[in-house]
Write a new protein. Sequence first.
Length: 265
Amino acid sequence: MLRIAKIYLLTLIFIIMAKSNGILKIEGTIENLTFYKKDGESYVRRKGGVSKERIENDPNYLRTRENNSEFSTAAGAGKMLRMALGSLIFKAKDSKMTSRLVKTMSDVKRYDTTSVRGQRQVYNGLGTPDGKMMLNGFDFNINAPLSTVLFSIYDLDTATGVVTIPNLVPQEQIRYPEGATHVSFQSAVLAIDFETEASELVLSNMENVPVDLTPTSVTLTPPSVPTTTGVTLFLLGVSFFQEFNGVQYSLKNEDYSVLQVIEVI
């Protein structure tokens, strides 16, 4: 009788919790049911599937092992890039940035034409023009792509890392959040070797200008260009501030803060 009641209770929980905003907010595992939260909602899934041992050894799961290996490679490359960029990431990112970056790294490694399936590498993919193109233009904050915030031409000198935005009229050529009084620009040059995991990051000066109708030319100059082997990424960031009693306070608005890879060489 007790077992029947337990089974009934588990079934009831399963029905309620498959997707629930009700009073039952269980997290964890009960028998073969796992309860978890995702995007603020409660879900439940039934444990099961193929065992780890079978996936690792059964010839029928060779493709699965190859896919898992290459996914791990892409995830590792994404993490390496995030770590190399450090605090720049925290200024402009969205909730799905990590998964989007892994997908981009997966796209990059597909251009590795020298390795066998299951062993393709991101660094080999980045050795090709098409592989570089996959990473070029990546926005760390999908809510604020550079093209939807900055409506002005800019120029990049890859030899020096200098970025210039000539004759910018902030109030007309920038989409800014409500309350913003100033906008800041900063560029970065990152040399990163995805094979050796060596990296070097150099930041430019930060240019802070009022959001008004005064034309101004922005020049972002890194003190040097890193020489680490691998590939070199050039990035441009845009952030906003509100001035109050002579002090500027950062407006951490996820719909406007920008960080984009503007070139890969």
